[in-house]
Design a protein around this ligand. Structure first.
Ligand SMILES: Cc1cc2nc3c(=O)[nH]c(=O)nc-3n(C[C@H](O)[C@H](O)[C@H](O)COP(=O)(O)O)c2cc1C
Length: 232
């Protein structure tokens, strides 16, 4: 096969997080644990976009696609992002309202995976958030028929310039089809890379009806969450 062999690329993981389980697993709620990790990522000057996450969607017949997004809010209700409802992801979520999110903070050797159903956020959320966006971002959103083909960059820039003529700062309307989604977690998995390459994986999921928590394999968390260790 005509491929570049990059199999030798291997970075050592740092040692700072070797006590992952003993310390962090005391946080028995996946949202609190996410918050702890996110704050760590956010305060690290080497992490440029701590809220960047890969959003995976699929068509109704299960063909997947993935792209990076910026998370714009998180909490017990879920993880929020904003986009064009008419984009490829928007259409896939319309047809199949389930998604997976993956955060990766390489300098911390940490990753979080989230899976669950997706809902549209109320339009007022998008209205309010759109107003807070910088002028360029507002124009960028308004000039883009996201995921559709266009013949050249010049055409795009011309569209943006026309809009800048038409709307001054503070006047750009939110595009009709631009809005928010929230992924409501059913599963949240925390991955901590370890120096010895025997990595930690702790998966939180909701207790199934009638399921026993044996405190050996499966451990009770808060709010009907349980957690268990997966092999790396
Ligand atoms: C770091 C990063 C953050 C991004 N954040 C967003 C975002 O918040 N919303 C968005 O619509 N696109 C965002 N994009 C662009 C998307 O990755 C993607 O190109 C676009 O949404 C079209 O995706 P689709 O055709 O699958 O719908 C981001 C790209 C990168 C690299």
């Amino acid at each position: 096969m005509d491929i570049s062999d990059i199999s030798g690329i291997r970075k050592p993981y740092n040692t700072r997080s070797n006590v992952f389980l003993e310390k962090d697993i005391n946080v028995k709620n996946p949202f609190d644990l996410f918050d702890k990790w996110f704050q760590e990522a956010r305060s690290n000057p080497n992490i440029v976009e701590p809220n960047a996450m890969c959003l995976s969607t699929a068509t109704r017949d299960g063909k997947p696609s993935a792209r990076f997004m910026l998370c714009k809010g998180y909490g017990k209700e879920g993880f929020q992002f904003y986009t064009h409802y008419t984009s490829r992801k928007g259409q896939e979520l319309e047809a199949n309202p389930n998604a997976a999110l993956t955060f990766f903070w390489p300098v911390l050797s940490k990753s979080v995976r989230i899976e669950g159903p997706v809902e549209k956020l109320p339009p007022s959320y998008a209205e309010d958030y759109f107003k807070t966006r910088p002028y360029q971002s507002q124009v960028g959103a308004l000039c883009s028929n996201q995921s559709k083909v266009i013949e050249s960059r010049e055409c795009l820039v011309a569209k943006a310039n026309q809009l800048k003529e038409k709307y001054k700062e503070g006047e750009v309307p939110k595009p009709e089809s631009w809005g928010g989604f929230i992924v409501v977690p059913a599963v949240m998995e925390f991955w901590q890379g370890q120096t010895d390459r025997v990595h930690d994986r702790i998966k939180f999921r909701k207790l199934k009806e009638g399921e026993d928590v044996d405190n050996i394999i499966t451990h009770p968390g808060e709010d009907n969450w349980i957690y268990e260790r997966l092999q790396p």
